[in-house]
Design a protein around this ligand. Structure first.
Ligand code: BTN
Length: 232
């Protein structure tokens, strides 16, 4: 099994100014980012999180994998979460692994959740949090049918570097280009889905992604543009 090696990471990264902090175990790399960010780009990596967080207040099971926060001075990047997903899918593809993207922040492998993305804004920091269960993992009963860990060996240094380097390319793309790329790895479109909307559970067919990144769903009540809800 390849393990992360900060020296190897530094050697591969295009950004030499990046400070890298590596933890065997931490509560949450996103929480740590909020505590220690100080203007300079920062990469916080952990092998295990004891209080990993997901979107919508969910916890994120993070026992043994690649969990990191890439922290930059705050700036608005359009379609950020979708861009991070694209970067992840492309980085896995470089190692021969096919990853799909479930709107808006889930990373799907073999139709199950391999990981997720949690982007946050805290004071002057933009925190891009990514969790990927890339090592063999035994999931608790409640997650067993939905979650998966990778069943192949990959080079986690190369994976992480490819995600970050790819992000810089995506940051310069237009929303149209990003949506086209996202659709290449799409897992959600053309599926019947259930989703939460205004505190209700609704269902419909996911038909497209709008230019602002929202998911367009055809329901019996008409088209719904979902921008902050959750797909179940
Ligand atoms: C989700 O599935 O809703 C998003 C999960 C995001 C998990 C990553 S792991 C690194 C970073 N630190 C956290 O506490 N969460 C993100």
């Amino acid at each position: 099994m390849y393990k992360l090696n900060p020296e190897a990471l530094k050697a591969y990264l295009n950004n030499n100014n990046l400070e890298i902090k590596f933890y065997k175990e931490i509560d949450s790399t996103n929480n740590e980012a909020k505590k220690i960010f100080n203007e300079k780009p920062l990469l916080i990596i952990a092998n295990k999180q004891t209080a990993g967080r997901g979107r919508q207040g969910h916890s994120f099971f993070s026992p043994n994998g690649l969990y990191f926060s890439y922290v930059l001075p705050f700036k608005e990047y359009p379609l950020l979460t979708l861009s991070v997903g694209i970067a992840i899918a492309q980085a896995f593809r470089k190692q021969g692994i096919s990853i799909k993207l479930k709107w808006v922040n889930d990373i799907i492998y073999k139709d199950r959740k391999l990981g997720g993305i949690l982007c946050e804004h805290h004071q002057d920091a933009l925190i891009i949090g990514v969790g990927l269960n890339i090592y063999p993992t035994v999931f608790p009963e409640a997650l067993k049918d939905k979650a998966i860990s990778l069943d192949k060996t990959i080079d986690s240094n190369l994976l992480l570097v490819a995600i970050i380097n790819e992000l810089y390319i995506l940051f310069n793309m237009t929303p149209q280009q990003l949506i086209e790329l996202w659709k290449e790895a799409n897992w959600t479109l053309n599926k019947e889905i259930q989703f939460t909307y205004n505190n209700e559970i609704l269902s419909g067919k996911a038909i497209d992604i709008a230019l602002n990144g929202s998911l367009i769903i055809a329901t019996t009540k008409g088209l719904i543009n979902l921008d902050s809800g959750e797909i179940l």
